[in-house]
Structures are given as structure tokens and as C-alpha cells.
Design a protein around this ligand. Structure first.
Ligand code: TAP
Length: 475
């Protein structure tokens, strides 16, 4: 049992001022695996005060010191590898291979990339007539979701530390344990007192408290659009800056000259990895009408490569995070059928033999019209839609005909067409074929997918204010 009933404030594990606790459930077994304290506004105030007190010195630490700090964090993170993998599998239900190759690695990459980006980062720039300086934004409040327990919190903390901003973090109640390991890592490597504070608790108390706190200068949030909107409203009361990483309904455009089987494999892998609980997942697959039949056959052929089952085994798809998320996904599958889309594979209910655990069937709808609810709303589960198109212009139009703009994917051979489609998709990140991941590349959304960019040097910029000095002495 993991019982973590303390918050981390001003460099110490401290008792909560309240008595409320929350049980954490393993989504594969539906069993309780631990408990956390639900913090109070008083706990949050103490954490914010600790961060405020740390600000004058932390924001002025030499760059070399902060690079070293990030490197030490990355090294200690590596030391905790097995525990991080095991914890993410237990709290999120992601198969061990995904916990290792995706979740563990993303956390590691953000800390080491931030150290790397900081090395080349300039906080002062002589621009001929004037000087531009970049100062830490102040105290940052970080609110993160359950779907990537190390990725989102790590990119935010790594960038904040690189910029010299002390933070108060609130992870999601559903998956709080990975953040506790991170906190132990910060404690071990000697993150200065007050520069990192962790207050566990509910979104309605601690999350809302962060977004409305008068002493928090900047709020970085990842999660749903509805909560993002509330955060902006709260922050607007004191004109505080916000960064929002929200949802997506990203297109995967298959071109006429694409390898059908590879593209179908990519389409399935988007809804298989993390059980489709990925903001940047492609969940609308745009296929040339002439390729519809062969693409549907290819989907059926590659599907068995992504078995669903116990995350402790060799499966690729684990359960969804919670009963609530399972119910949401089921209702979208029902909705798709009501709307007249055709089930190519999958459907409602649990996969055969998996009665315990929040497992859903990987589901592919075909004959989908882009106006349908299943094509417009983020389902956050293993469900995708096949939509046909006749011309490249139509594919681009359908790609952009959605309120989101987080990501896009294009598969094909002809470089001119690939470039045309990639540059026409209105989204913050577009991937062509199997292009490799790059943690220095900015990540964030257009339209209702968010505001701001995380990762690498763009991520560091979010935690900085820009100051112009006219007549600064040349030294
Ligand atoms: P959210 O409710 O947005 O939760 C994300 C984080 O915000 C959690 O830490 C949550 O706390 C906190 N929060 C909740 N209410 C808040 C408030 N009023 N003020 C400040 N913080 C608040 O997401 P969810 O309920 O977990 O998921 C709902 C849907 O959001 C999903 O189905 C999916 O479509 C979308 N979602 C998107 C993403 C990404 S990466 N774009 C990630 C997760 C979910 P607690 O949950 O601990 O109470």
C-alpha cells in the first residue's frame, strides 16, 4: 500500500491541515493501492508562501547551478527507473513496456533536454539600441492531468527550474504517486527549500486555489478545455498569465501513395498507446476514397498486433484510467452507432475474458462524416474514425474543420504533397511519416487546443518575463 498523507512544503514533508483523504485505484484490478491527503486552502497558502520566499534567491541562481540541478535530477530519476515504471503501471494501468518506453522516458527527456536547452539559452541580449533581459516570471502554479503522470509535470517543472521560477504543483488525484517519487528525487538532489512544493488535492479546492491565488504569477495547466476555461477566468481577475495545454481531435492524413499497411498500423497505434488517452493522438483518419476498402482490410489485419489485457503482461493496451472514463468512452461508442457510423472493429462492452478492470475494446468506426459528434469531440479512449476524401484540398479542409489544433499526421511518399498538407494543417505539431520524436521541439496547440508552447527552449520562455532596458551599460 502506498499511503502518502503528507504534502511537500518548503523542503519538508508536512501533515495536511485537513483530514480528508482519497483512495487511489489500480484500474486493471479495481483494487485500492494507496491513499493521499486532500490538501486544504491553508496547505496551499503555506506552499505559495514558501515559493514566494524562495523566489528572490532561486530566481537569481547562476545558470550553471540550474543546469547542474537539472542534470542531477535526471541522474537521480534514472536511479528510480524501476519504481517509476511500476508506479505508473499501478496507478494508470499502462502496460509495462509503455510505462518504460513512453512515460518513464518522457520524464527523463524533459529534465535532460531542459539542461541542454539552458546551456544555449541567453537571458540577456544586446539588440543594438537596447538590451532585452529575461527574468523569472515569479511563482508558478502547475496543474496536471492523470494521463501522463510524469510527462506533463516534468516538462513544466524542468522549464520552471531552468527559468528560476519556484513552483507549487498539484497532480491529478487519479495518478498522484509518480509525482511523489519526483518530489523525493528533488528532495534527494537538494532542490533549494521552497523552490518546489507539492500539494495533493482536488481540482475544485487546490486546482481552483492555484488559478485564483493572488500570489501565483503564472499558471500552467494541462487537461480538459472546460477546466482550462475556468483557469483563464480565475487568472483574468488578477491579469495573471496562463499556459494551457488542452485537448485535440487530430487528423492523420493518408495520401494516395502511402504504404497502406504502415498507415493503418500507425492509425491503430494512436488509439492503442495509453489506451488512446493521449491529447495529441490522431483520432480522425482521412483516407482517399479509392483506398477505403484496402485501408479497412489493413486495419483488421494489424489490429491483433495490439493485444488488450493485463498491463503486467506483454499487452499493448491496458485498461482506461477509471470507471468514469470507461463510461464516457462507452457512451461515445453508442453515440457513433446512433449517428450512423459503421463499426469496423470493436464496439461497446469489455473485451472477451476481461471482466475485471476498466478495459475497453479498440474501436474503429468507418463511414464517418466529419460533422458527427464522434469526429468532433475528444473521446480519450481507444476509438478512431475513418473519413474518406477525394482531393488533397478536401483532406486539408476536413483536417482543419474542428475546434482543436494540437497535432496532425501525414503519411505518403511525394514530398511536395507531404509538405503542402503538413504546412496547411492548423496545428501546433505535425508529424510526417515516422519522423523521430524531438524533445527540443515546441509542443502546444492552435485554437481550442491551448495557449503557449512547452518543451525545450520554448518551454523555458513560458516561465520568463521580458524586460527592455534602454541605455544599459556595456560591460
Ligand atoms: P480535468 O478535469 O481537466 O483535470 C485535469 C487537472 O485539473 C486535474 O489535476 C484536476 O484535478 C484539475 N482540475 C479539475 N477541476 C479543476 C478546477 N476547477 N480548477 C483547477 N483545476 C482543476 O480532466 P479530467 O476530468 O481528468 O478529464 C476529462 C477530459 O479532459 C478527458 O476525457 C479528456 O478529454 C480531457 N483531458 C485532456 C488531457 C490533455 S493532456 N489534453 C488530459 C486529461 C484529460 P483532479 O482531477 O485531481 O480533481
Amino acid at each position: 500500500m502506498r499511503n502518502y498523507l503528507k504534502h511537500y512544503i518548503n523542503g519538508e514533508w508536512v501533515e495536511s491541515t485537513g483530514n480528508e483523504t482519497e483512495e487511489v485505484i489500480n484500474p486493471a484490478t479495481e483494487e485500492v493501492i494507496g491513499t493521499i491527503s486532500l490538501g486544504t486552502k491553508e496547505d496551499l497558502d503555506k506552499a505559495v508562501q514558501a515559493a514566494r520566499d524562495a523566489f528572490p534567491s532561486f530566481s537569481k541562481t547562476p545558470k550553471e547551478e540550474r543546469i547542474k540541478l537539472l542534470e542531477n535530477i535526471a541522474a537521480e530519476y534514472e536511479n528510480r527507473k524501476e519504481e517509476i515504471i511500476e508506479t505508473i503501471t499501478a496507478e494508470l494501468g499502462s502496460p509495462k513496456s509503455i510505462s518504460e518506453n513512453v512515460h518513464y522516458m518522457m520524464g527523463y527527456n524533459h529534465f535532460s533536454q531542459a539542461a541542454e536547452s539552458l546551456r544555449d539559452f541567453s537571458f540577456i541580449e544586446d539588440r543594438g539600441g537596447h538590451t532585452v533581459m529575461k527574468d523569472s516570471v515569479g511563482v508558478s502554479g502547475l496543474i496536471t492531468p492523470w494521463n501522463f503522470p510524469t510527462n506533463q509535470i516534468s516538462t513544466k517543472i524542468a522549464s520552471a527550474f531552468a527559468a528560476g521560477s519556484p513552483v507549487v504543483a498539484k497532480p491529478a488525484e487519479l495518478t498522484p504517486f509518480a509525482a511523489i517519487i519526483l518530489t523525493e528525487i528533488f528532495d534527494k538532489v537538494g532542490v533549494p527549500k521552497g523552490a518546489f512544493n507539492l500539494v495533493n488535492g482536488s481540482g475544485s479546492v487546490i486546482g481552483d486555489g492555484i488559478s485564483s491565488h493572488p500570489d501565483i504569477d503564472f499558471v500552467s495547466f494541462t487537461g480538459s478545455g472546460a477546466v482550462g476555461q475556468k483557469i483563464m477566468q480565475n487568472a483574468s481577475e488578477r491579469i495573471a498569465n496562463v499556459a494551457l495545454e488542452l485537448g485535440g481531435k487530430s487528423p492523420l492524413v493518408v495520401l494516395e501513395d502511402a504504404d497502406v499497411e504502415n498507415a493503418a498500423r500507425a492509425a491503430v497505434s494512436h488509439i492503442a498507446t495509453n489506451s488512446g488517452q493521449v491529447c495529441s493522438a490522431a483520432t480522425r483518419v482521412l483516407v482517399p476514397s479509392s483506398m477505403k476498402d484496402s485501408f479497412e482490410e489493413a486495419i483488421k489485419k494489424v489490429l491483433p498486433e495490439f493485444p488488450v489485457g493485463d498491463p503486467q503482461g506483454d499487452n499493448h493496451i491496458g485498461p482506461l484510467v477509471s470507471q468514469k472514463q470507461w463510461n464516457t468512452v462507452q457512451s461515445y461508442i453508442e453515440k457513433g452507432q446512433e449517428e450512423g457510423a459503421t463499426l469496423l472493429v470493436g464496439g461497446t462492452g469489455k473485451p472477451e475474458g476481461l471482466d475485471k478492470g476498466y478495459y475497453a475494446k479498440p474501436t474503429v468506426f468507418t463511414n464517418v462524416n466529419n460533422d458527427m459528434v464522434i469526429a468532433q469531440e475528444e473521446i480519450f479512449g481507444p476509438v478512431t474514425c475513418l473519413i474518406t476524401y477525394d482531393t488533397i484540398e478536401e483532406a486539408i479542409e476536413i483536417s482543419n474543420d474542428v475546434k482543436y489544433g494540437l497535432a496532425g499526421y501525414v503519411f505518403g511518399e511525394d514530398e511536395q504533397t507531404l509538405a503542402k498538407v503538413a504546412s496547411s494543417i492548423r496545428a501546433g505539431r505535425v508529424k510526417i511519416n515516422d519522423a523521430e520524436a524531438d524533445f527540443a521541439a515546441p509542443f502546444g496547440g492552435y485554437k481550442q487546443s491551448g495557449i503557449g508552447r512547452e518543451w525545450g527552449d520554448y518551454g523555458i520562455e513560458e516561465y520568463l518575463e521580458v524586460k527592455t532596458v534602454l541605455g544599459y551599460p556595456k560591460m
